[in-house]
Ligand binder design. Structure first.
Ligand SMILES: O=P(O)(O)OC[C@H]1O[C@](O)(COP(=O)(O)O)[C@@H](O)[C@@H]1O
Length: 330
């Protein structure tokens, strides 16, 4: 089944309306264009630094900038969006009045190219997106976006790896589509993705260990003790350093992904961004039967204070996320 047919059926079943269907279709179209740009690599002249920085003070790669432009241009004229916010831009951008329906219902948020440190070394990167309802009126403001993750009406990511895959939820399960490059369309390859409840695999950047809180030190310390430790089983570790690729592995075979609070990011509240990374991934993971938490609170219940807010992240196999939370609460 193609993504087009999947979305039409979701509309017929009352899960989404025509505007949301258009929004997801346009995002998927933009992801195909990004996939082509990423796939060209050195031949397309797209590798390397752009020579600019984003609002987070991070150096931008050429593909960060290109992907952001592709998503902005693709979504600017459909009429269904009131505005967009991107990890790469300081503030939300309103869709110009002449390109927008009077009753435009939705807001689109995205991390145009997540894992950009992996671009130049030919490792999987991805686009993450989230759709929120627009309830404001008058001039669009950043505050219109400050809704908890439970308000999301759709979320997804596209991973640009050996194959290009779009993983999507509209609140009725999580579904994975693979891009048929010859035909140019996304095809449903795994309906109703289900994350195993238990796991023996964790994902974390271990080089930060000495900067973690004692709770995290204890949690990972016990994982590393293996069979003879309190967790009574051996654990394996994986870390791609592209959240999209790490989460994709967890949706495929289980595991726990964590980017905890550490001394280096404590003043910012964490490393990963709530609105562009944590919330969309949390909805996808919950819809696949997993759990997502800050370590102390369900991720989707966090009320954002600003557009670029950062949070600690624990997500994946339900029982393992609960175990990690227990260490943080106790
Ligand atoms: O380099 P670190 O500290 O391991 O961080 C890796 C994490 O940062 C991210 O790359 C996000 O940052 P960018 O999108 O700016 O690359 C996540 O995808 C990933 O999980």
């Amino acid at each position: 089944m193609s993504l087009t047919r999947f979305l039409l059926e979701a509309q017929h079943q009352g899960q989404i309306d025509a505007e949301l269907r258009l929004c997801i279709t346009v995002v998927a179209q933009a992801c195909k264009a990004i996939s082509i740009a990423v796939g060209k690599g050195a031949l397309g002249g797209v590798l390397g630094d752009a020579g600019t920085g984003n609002i987070q003070g991070e150096a931008q790669k050429k593909l960060d900038v290109i992907s952001n432009e592709i998503l902005m241009d693709a979504n600017a004229w459909g009429g269904h969006l009131a505005g967009m916010a991107s990890e790469e831009m300081d503030h939300a951008v309103p869709v110009p009045k002449h390109d927008r329906d009077d009753d435009a219902k939705y807001l689109l948020l995205f991390d145009p190219l997540d894992g950009s440190s992996n671009i130049d070394v030919n490792i999987s990167v991805g686009t993450i997106f989230s759709v929120l309802p627009y309830q404001g009126s008058g001039e669009l403001r950043d505050e219109d976006f400050l809704q908890p993750g439970t308000a999301q009406v759709a979320a997804g990511y596209c991973t640009y790896g050996p194959s290009t895959m779009l993983v999507l939820t509209v609140g009725h399960g999580t579904h994975a589509f693979t891009l048929d490059r010859e035909v140019g369309s996304f095809v449903l390859t795994t309906p109703n993705v289900t994350i195993p409840e238990d796991t023996r695999e964790f994902a974390v950047n271990m080089s930060n260990q000495r900067f973690w809180e004692p709770q995290m030190q204890n949690y990972v310390g016990d994982l590393l003790k293996g069979k003879t430790g309190p967790r009574e089983k051996d654990f394996n570790m994986r870390w791609v350093a592209s959240m999209v690729a790490d989460v994709h592995r967890i949706l495929t075979r289980g595991g726990i992904f964590s980017y905890p609070l550490d001394e280096k990011c404590a003043d910012k509240g964490g490393k990963l961004r709530l609105m562009y990374e944590a919330n969309p991934m949390a909805l996808l993971v919950e819809q696949a039967g997993g759990a997502a938490s800050t370590g102390r609170q369900r991720m989707l219940d966090v009320t954002p204070a600003n557009l670029h807010q950062r949070v600690p992240v624990f997500l994946g196999s339900r029982n393992e996320v609960e175990a990690a939370e227990k260490y943080h609460r106790d």
